[in-house]
Design a protein around this ligand. Structure first.
Ligand SMILES: [Fe+2]
Length: 189
């Protein structure tokens, strides 16, 4: 079993298992947010990016069986020859609420926040006349976070919990918008 994964290996797995366009966009966004956060935390940008890219790898396979979410991704990655505890733990932990999993490490909390913020930012961009992420202000996103009916499926607690992990909400939102903006053309927003 391999205890590390290269970006091209991760990208190939992503390409193989995730077909739904919205999921491909969401996971690429999550990757970019994680990369920005890794820079802030002086961590491994590539590894953090991979966690974002692969965290929902099972969603096309499990469809509505959400109790399998995360666990199935780990099964896929093991079958592909990987055993990477930090990655696997965070992938499972981000399903807290859907499964019995619980976020434990800082990395678990950061991945859960990163992937959730993409939902609010995307929903916000879609209501803009131009539907462009470049230039979106963190204050606008902050306001939408407080409107619980806006993008209601986004877990606000997971986002607010980031503030206990060494980054302010404002900085987190700035980095998230910045990260997603870098792939704006690719994801068509
Ligand atoms: Fe996700």
């Amino acid at each position: 079993m391999k205890s590390t994964i290269t970006y091209s290996e991760a990208y190939n797995l992503w390409n193989k298992y995730l077909q739904t366009p919205a999921l491909r966009i969401h996971t690429r966004q999550s990757e970019m947010v994680m990369r920005k956060l890794a820079t802030h935390f002086q961590a491994d940008t590539q590894f953090w990016g991979i966690a974002g890219l692969l965290h929902d790898l099972d969603l096309d396979l499990i469809a509505h069986e959400l109790h399998l979410h995360g666990y199935k991704t780990v099964e896929i990655l093991r079958n592909e020859g990987y055993e990477i505890p930090q990655l696997f733990d965070a992938i499972i932990a981000h399903t807290e609420g859907l499964t019995q999993a619980k976020r434990q490490t800082d990395f678990d909390f950061i991945l859960a926040a990163a992937e959730n913020i993409t939902g609010i930012i995307t929903a916000y961009v879609l209501i803009l006349p131009e539907k462009k992420v470049v230039g979106v202000k963190s204050s606008s996103i902050k306001k939408r976070l407080k409107q619980l009916r806006f993008a209601a499926s986004v877990n606000r607690d997971f986002i607010y919990d980031i503030e206990n992990k060494g980054i302010t909400l404002d900085k987190f939102l700035d980095l998230a918008i910045e990260g997603i903006s870098e792939i704006a053309d690719e994801i068509g927003m």
